[in-house]
Design a protein around this ligand. Structure first.
Ligand code: PLP
Length: 389
């Protein structure tokens, strides 16, 4: 394994000063590429793949994750916000980009100049947008339909008809039409089928209105992996390219697509001591040694995204499990070692050491959330180290 780029310096972080680090996240770019290829290989011929790299590439670093996805064959990208899209453009990424969330109408010129597609689903937005435009460049848009997610999108033909003259008035290039499925992860497909039927009807409105060459898309990771019926012209996959299975166990068992974890989180023992039985560790004396024990301190805390609720879990040290003891502090936490290890020894919160592994799923389950949130809690101050095999 060779590091292609050692540290991604977080913005304004020690500008121009090369500092070492004791806590870091490793991003396995080769595995992002493998996941993209795996997902691609399951798609029907001619189906495009949009890699979703919102929220800084699910915590991996949007620019690097996007570049890896493109190398492995992703055709387009999606982010949530305009600033995320502009940043990709500023880093030389030239494939089509869609912001999944709406932008401010007055920023349409910026989107058009950078050829960033935006969703449209409000006549009012289109009116405001038109008033503020000065650039002659057409604005690429995807029409967003709400077929049952209840988040954003148009729900009625009336809303569509109100938008129609504004869409047809020039300066707009209708590239796509899309919807989002609320239950694609679940075994029962009843609600998905209702959403698909509704979407088919809504796409008909575009045909009637004479829109041609419009890319239709509805599938997130769960839908894209479970059944080609959802693929349509393009899939929008995020979690799965970062190795996360979003489908319920039963569905996942059926399609059996192998995905590789793409991020690991490591820290370093900075202090080791022998503690006598009965001595206390941490705020509120939250742990009392049961025996004479080796206790180590690592510079990883909730300020790094190590949620306080991870108390009770274990880090890996030299391939063995070392339980977190005491409350997790902002910048540090303590672990109980199976034996003495020297200062400088690596400890792993997310990832593998020899035969032991701690997965995003383990952490997510422990605190009652989903793996995506575990990733997104990893703070910006944690340097990302990019690896390619
Ligand atoms: C986040 C998001 C996706 C990607 O979903 P995954 O489950 O991460 O694949 C696709 N479409 C929309 C509209 C989204 O918001």
């Amino acid at each position: 394994m060779k590091a292609v780029k050692t540290v991604k310096t977080v913005e304004n972080r020690s500008k121009g000063v090369e500092l070492s680090y004791q806590t870091w996240a490793e991003i396995h770019l080769d595995r992002i590429e493998r996941n993209v290829r795996t997902i691609r290989s399951r798609l029907p011929a001619g189906c495009k793949m949009m890699a979703v790299v919102k929220a800084d590439g699910y915590g991996h670093g949007a620019v690097q994750a996007a570049a890896a996805a493109i190398r492995a064959g992703a055709d387009e990208l999606a982010v949530s916000r305009l600033d995320e899209a502009v940043r990709l453009r500023q880093n030389g990424i030239d494939v089509p980009i869609l912001t999944l969330g709406p932008i401010a109408p007055r920023e349409a010129d910026i989107a058009a100049e950078h050829q960033i597609a935006v969703p449209v689903f409000q006549a009012e937005w289109l009116r405001d947008m038109r008033e503020s435009r000065t650039s002659p460049k057409p604005l690429p848009v995807h029409i967003k339909m709400d077929t049952g997610m209840g988040r954003i999108g148009i729900r009625t033909k009336r809303e569509f008809e109100e938008m129609l003259p504004l869409l047809a008035a020039g300066g707009i290039d209708v590239k796509g039409v899309y919807t989002h499925l609320a239950t694609a992860n679940q075994a029962d497909t009843g609600y998905c089928e209702k959403q698909l039927a509704r979407f088919a009807e809504m796409r008909g409105w575009l045909d009637e209105a004479g829109f041609r060459d419009v890319t239709a898309h509805c599938a997130n990771s769960a839908a894209a992996l479970r059944d080609p019926v959802y693929a349509m012209d393009m899939v929008r996959v995020g979690a799965s390219i970062f190795g996360i299975h979003t489908c319920d166990e039963e569905v996942r068992g059926r399609h059996g697509v192998p995905l590789l974890p793409t991020l690991s989180l490591h820290t370093t023992i900075i202090h080791v001591k022998r503690v006598a039985a009965g001595e206390c560790i941490g705020y509120d004396r939250s742990y009392t040694a049961q025996d004479d024990e080796w206790i180590a301190t690592v510079p990883l805390g909730y300020g790094d995204g190590c949620f306080r609720g991870y108390a009770g879990l274990e880090l890996l040290v030299d391939g063995e499990r070392a339980p977190i003891v005491g409350n997790i502090c902002m910048d540090q936490l303590m672990i109980r070692l199976p034996r003495h290890y020297p200062v400088g020894t690596k400890a792993t919160l997310i990832g593998r050491q020899r035969d032991e592994a701690v997965t995003l799923d383990d952490l997510a389950r422990h605190i009652g959330t989903i793996p995506q949130q575990v990733l997104l809690m990893i703070a910006a101050r944690v340097p990302r180290v990019y690896l390619r095999e």
